[in-house]
Design a protein around this ligand. Structure first.
Ligand code: RP5
Length: 181
């Protein structure tokens, strides 16, 4: 039921996961309440044409699903996992412990502590199990980081990233010129 709700939420927002091809990036989150933040990672991957999947995998509510997702991701062709969670956010670290794939953690602002709790839970992984952590609620950067990582072995994708950076630069220069006039 939750997966169906997730699929319809993604469809409503026109976030095409390219579900007919093997996903290269797995976007997971602890709750559907994380989707308003995590959809930005999906949006970036769609923009760059990177096939991806979106799943709800809770470390504390569905620990068995978390285990099976993390243990099977590499065999299924996933190359990078983007994991978002709020509160005592152990999902990214636990997944990183179970897979050799790079894991990018997104701290979601979900509690009375304004996301600082999730940020510290994710960024403070003990030595030996890395989680690349982006800023609180910044799933856009998680998507962009995944594109950059994949770009190392994918010249077309890297060229698209270079163009994205050029476009961002042009945008700032244009705005600055307008202000000067
Ligand atoms: C975490 O608890 C989730 O990642 C979410 O950010 C937070 C709250 O979840 P809900 O109570 O909204 O399902 O596991």
């Amino acid at each position: 039921i939750v997966e169906a709700r997730l699929a319809s939420m993604l469809k409503e927002q026109s976030l095409d996961c390219q579900s007919d091809v093997t996903p290269r990036v797995g976007i997971i989150m602890g709750s559907d309440s994380d989707l308003p933040v995590m959809k930005d990672a999906a949006r970036i991957l769609s923009q760059f044409g990177v096939p991806h999947e979106v799943r709800i995998v809770s470390a504390h509510r569905t620990p068995e699903s978390m285990f099976s997702y993390a243990l099977s991701a590499r065999e299924r062709g996933i190359q990078i996992i983007v994991a978002g969670a709020g509160g005592a956010a152990h999902l990214p670290g636990m997944v990183a412990a179970l897979t050799p794939l790079p894991v990018i953690g997104v701290p979601v602002r979900a509690s009375a502590l304004d996301g600082l709790d999730s940020l510290l839970s994710i960024v403070q992984m003990p030595r030996g199990v890395p989680v690349a952590t982006v800023a609180i609620n910044n799933a856009t950067n998680a998507g962009l980081l995944a594109v950059r990582m994949l770009g190392i072995g994918d010249a077309d994708l890297q060229a698209r990233m270079i163009q994205y950076q050029e476009d961002a630069k042009d945008d700032v220069l244009t705005k600055s010129e307008k202000l000067e006039k």
